[in-house]
Each structure stands twice: as structure tokens, then as C-alpha cells.
Write a protein that binds this ligand. Structure first.
Ligand SMILES: *[C@@H]1O[C@H](CO)[C@@H](O)[C@H](O)[C@H]1NC(C)=O
Ligand SMILES: *[C@@H]1O[C@H](CO)[C@@H](O)[C@H](O)[C@H]1NC(C)=O
Ligand SMILES: *[C@@H]1O[C@H](CO)[C@@H](O)[C@H](O)[C@H]1NC(C)=O
Length: 449
């Protein structure tokens, strides 16, 4: 399942920011540690940043509001003196009585052939990331961050701003973007004082390679608070890395505008730390390429409100501006989509789910032009057919779902794996013949999927 819908634009982060702004520490820390250690799990401990999880190296630093232990050049030098040290700069960290582990800024300028990245998180999570293919097998990034001859041009839309327009025909599944993040931040860092959290962000930006710094400063913000925080909060995406929620910034993607009925979908591939954008239907030259910033299955009024609140613009997509009768028709369809999904998720003996209900669901998504969301509708259909023992139809929809799930949920998503398996052997899937003989006493229902 897709864990994060849309860009984050954390009302969460905003709420935290406001909350934390009130407690920014003027008062001394309750547990200041000596300068050769750092507060960790409630105790002052040696801070270790060797080349792996285990190697004990010497000390990093202690919490000292907005003051780093080392200048940039000192921390670069120190990092270069440790054999096989994975980071370009010695990490700077902060911790306090509210953090279990210190939050540090880890920079690798050589990441993704020199695009670079900085990561603000705990040591354990940062070192876990180093185990991913993006670091372990850099050749997996050979087709990533390549924008010499993209399939689009930038275009200035009156009253709407910059956007991207296709300059060649794109088919479903065609890759539009494949980008690695230039930064990843952990919302746990909000437990630091505001000054410390921002100090880590600024240090992070300062440690990026010059080209990536430039790209970062060219991003647009809109909250008008701190310039670095604003750019990150406006442009970040929720991603899940090693089952932890992180926020990542992929600068290219920021050029894609929102549409409630987008022609492209995005997904993060954790293995390669790459954010992909693919066409989910044919896109003609001259068409704007769009993604959705929000859950586009919400009814119009909620979509309009959310876009205004989180990104500050008026929803101008066709389903937002259509005639009230058509808007009402669309909202009704969205209501039916929700109701049908509930029915199809019902695996009790009283379930009204049938393959026909799944076909109706697919038809409603098509009518709504919610192409990417068909990944889930096809899955419902595959399971519904399977549950009535209809092998060939189950295989057909499982195939359709597997492909669309890759585009909308990611190559490594569990739905992709499940649908691939079902497309080969529906008889082996958990749903097989689950609803055969329903109403009788023989139902083996209740898998509760
Ligand atoms: C923080 O670090 C600076 C520079 O090293 C030092 O002058 C200052 O006294 C430190 N403050 C605290 C509270 O330790
Ligand atoms: C589309 O535009 C890009 C510039 O954004 C250019 O590099 C590319 O060659 C163009 N492609 C075609 C097919 O014209
Ligand atoms: C830790 O959390 C408490 C409660 O939210 C807050 O009052 C305190 O200022 C926090 N400490 C720091 C160093 O932020």
C-alpha cells in the first residue's frame, strides 16, 4: 500500500513549528554533557561516527544551541582523516532531554555521481540508508538524474506560473523523472530546539556540492518564514525509508503542477532512493504534465480547501471549475467509489462484493479520469474474480494492477508483488474461491485483508 498520499506539506510540521517556536530554549539544557560526549538514551555517551555502525571513533560533540563544534573546513578535514569514513564532513549533532538519540547532519557529496545529499536523522537510521543499493551498488543509479534531453519544456502559464509541457508523445509507463533527493529530514528533529534544528538544516545546505546548493536556493517557498525551512516544507515529499517516515526533497519534481485528474504519477523506490514520475496515460505533445498534490478522491470542496491551505493557490483544474451540475456528478461518483471500495473490502459472510461491483468501480474511476487510482480498482477486481474462482479474469486484472501499482505505489510495493503472484497462479492467492458458496455454511471468509 502507498504509505503517503501526496506531498507532505506538513500541517504536522507547521503545527510542530509553531509549538516549538514557543519553547525555543533560552534556558540552559537540563542535561548538558561534557564536550567529549553527547546525550543519548538519557545518558552522556561517547559519540561515535566511524565507517560503520560499530566502529568506535572519536567524539563528535555536545548540544550547544546553534553553535557547532567545528567549522566546515575543520569537519571536512576530520572526516577525511578517518579511513573509509562514509561522509564528506564530520557530522554535527544536537540532542536534549526530549530526544532518545542525537539528531545529526550527515553529508555525502559523492552520492549519485556527485549530486550529493544531506540527511538529518539519527546515526542508526543514516547508517541503515548506506546499506541501500543507491550506495552499495551505485550502478543502479546509472539512469537517474539525467535531464539532458527531457521529454518536456518549461512553460509560463498566465496566472498559474511555471509548469512543464510535453514536447513528445508519452505513453503509459514512460519515465518522465527519476531523481535522487538532495536532502532528507527526519521529523524527529522537531524535538530539538528550533535554533538547533535550523542550524542543522543550514549546515546541511552549506555542505551540499555547489550545483545542488544552487538548485536548492532556486526552489520556491511560500510560507515566508525561515528561508531554508520554507523551501523544504514547501517542496518535500513523505517517503518511507527502512519503515521510518522521512521527508525528502527532489528539486526537479517541484516544477510539476497539481491537477486533480493528473496524467502522471510518482512513487519512491527505497532501494535506489529514487523518486520516479511516470505517465499514467498517453500524453500528447503540448499537454501539461501534472501530478496530484493531494488525495484526489476527496470531494471538490475539500480539495479546494486543502490546496488553498497547504499551497496557497486556488484549484483551477477542470473538475474544480466545471459547471455545478458536473461538479455534483463528480462528487457523487467519488462517493460511490468510496462506498464500493468498502463493499469490496468486506470479506464477511454478509459481503455484497461481486465482480460486477468491481467492474462498476473501475468504470467510475475511468469516468473520473483517476488513472493512477485504477491500480487499486484493478486489485479489487482481481480479488473479486479470484474469490468467485474466475481464474482468467483474475489474471487479467492482476496484470493491470501490477503495472499501475508500480507507477503509483513503487516498484517495491507489496501490492506489486501480490498482484504479480496472482497474475501467475490465482489459485494460490489467499482470495481464491473465498466467496464461492457464500450464503451457505462453507464460507472460509474473514481473511480480513
Ligand atoms: C557554545 O560553544 C561556544 C563556541 O565553542 C562557546 O563559546 C560557548 O560557551 C558554548 N555555550 C555553551 C552553553 O556551552
Ligand atoms: C524537448 O525539450 C527539451 C528541452 O526542455 C529538449 O532538450 C528536447 O530535445 C526536446 N525534445 C524534443 C523531442 O523536441
Ligand atoms: C522538551 O519538551 C518539553 C515539553 O514539551 C519542553 O517544555 C522543553 O522545553 C523541551 N526541551 C527542549 C530542550 O526543547
Amino acid at each position: 500500500m502507498k504509505t503517503a498520499v501526496g506531498l507532505t506539506l506538513l500541517s504536522r510540521a507547521l503545527a510542530l513549528t509553531n509549538e516549538k517556536l514557543e519553547v525555543v530554549g533560552q534556558k540552559p539544557l537540563l542535561h548538558a554533557c561534557p564536550s567529549d560526549s553527547i546525550l543519548q538514551k538519557g545518558e552522556c555517551q561517547d559519540a561515535t561516527f566511524g565507517s560503520s555502525h560499530d566502529i568506535i571513533s572519536d567524539v563528535a560533540f555536545r548540544s550547544n544551541i546553534s553553535q557547532f563544534q567545528q567549522t566546515l573546513e575543520e569537519s571536512r578535514k576530520k572526516a577525511s582523516q578517518v579511513k573509509d569514513f562514509p561522509w564528506t564532513f564530520w557530522p554535527e549533532c544536537f540532542s536534549n532531554e526530549n530526544t532518545t538519540d542525537p539528531y545529526c547532519v550527515f553529508t555525502d557529496q559523492s552520492f549519485a555521481s556527485g549530486r550529493g545529499i544531506f540527511i538529518i536523522t539519527t546515526k542508526d537510521l543514516a547508517y541503515d540508508m548506506l546499506e541501500h543499493d543507491a550506495w552499495r551498488r551505485p550502478e543502479t543509479l546509472s539512469r537517474v538524474n539525467k535531464y539532458d534531453s527531457p521529454p518536456f519544456v518549461t512553460h509560463e502559464f498566465p496566472g498559474k506560473g511555471r509548469g512543464l509541457v510535453a514536447n513528445k508523445t508519452l505513453h503509459r509507463g514512460d519515465q518522465i523523472f527519476a531523481s535522487t533527493p538532495i536532502l532528507i529530514t527526519d521529523s524527529g528533529a522537531y524535538d530539538l530546539s528550533e535554533a538547533e534544528r535550523l542550524a542543522l538544516l543550514y549546515r546541511g545546505v552549506d555542505t551540499l556540492p555547489p550545483a545542488s546548493q544552487k538548485v536548492f536556493w532556486e526552489l520556491l517557498g511560500h510560507f515566508n518564514d525561515d528561508p531554508v525551512d520554507d523551501r523544504i516544507n514547501t517542496n518535500n515529499f513523505d517517503v518511507s525509508i527502512d519503515e521510518e517516515a522521512q521527508a525528502a526533497v527532489f528539486p526537479e519534481i517541484a516544477m510539476l503542477n497539481h491537477d486533480c485528474r493528473p496524467n502522471a504519477a510518482y512513487a519512491f523506490d527505497e532501494r535506489t532512493m529514487t523518486h520516479y514520475v511516470h505517465a499514467v496515460r498517453d500524453i500528447m505533445p503540448g499537454e501539461e504534465i501534472t501530478i496530484t498534490y493531494i488525495d484526489n478522491e476527496m470531494e471538490r470542496a475539500r480539495r479546494v480547501k486543502k490546496l488553498k491551505r497547504n499551497w496557497g493557490f486556488d484549484c483551477s483544474c477542470s473538475t474544480c471549475t466545471a459547471h455545478p451540475s458536473l461538479v455534483s456528478e463528480s462528487d457523487t461518483r467519488l462517493g460511490e467509489i468510496a462506498a464500493l471500495s468498502t463493499i469490496l473490502d468486506d470479506w464477511t459472510i454478509d459481503s455484497e462484493a461481486t465482480p460486477e461491483a468491481a467492474e462498476l468501480l473501475i468504470s467510475l474511476y475511468e469516468q473520473e479520469r483517476l488513472h493512477a487510482n485504477l491500480a487499486t480498482a484493478y486489485k479489487h477486481a482481481a480479488e473479486a474474480y479470484s474469490s468467485f474462482g474466475k481464474k482468467w479474469e483474475a489474471m487479467r486484472y492482476a496484470r493491470l494492477s501490477a503495472e499501475m501499482s508500480m507507477l503509483d505505489k513503487g516498484f517495491g510495493d507489496s501490492d506489486v508483488k501480490e498482484m504479480r503472484e496472482m497474475s501467475l497462479r490465482p489459485e494460490l492467492s489467499w482470495s481464491w474461491k473465498k466467496r464461492v458458496g457464500m450464503g451457505g455454511k462453507s464460507c472460509g471468509c474473514g481473511h480480513g485483508h
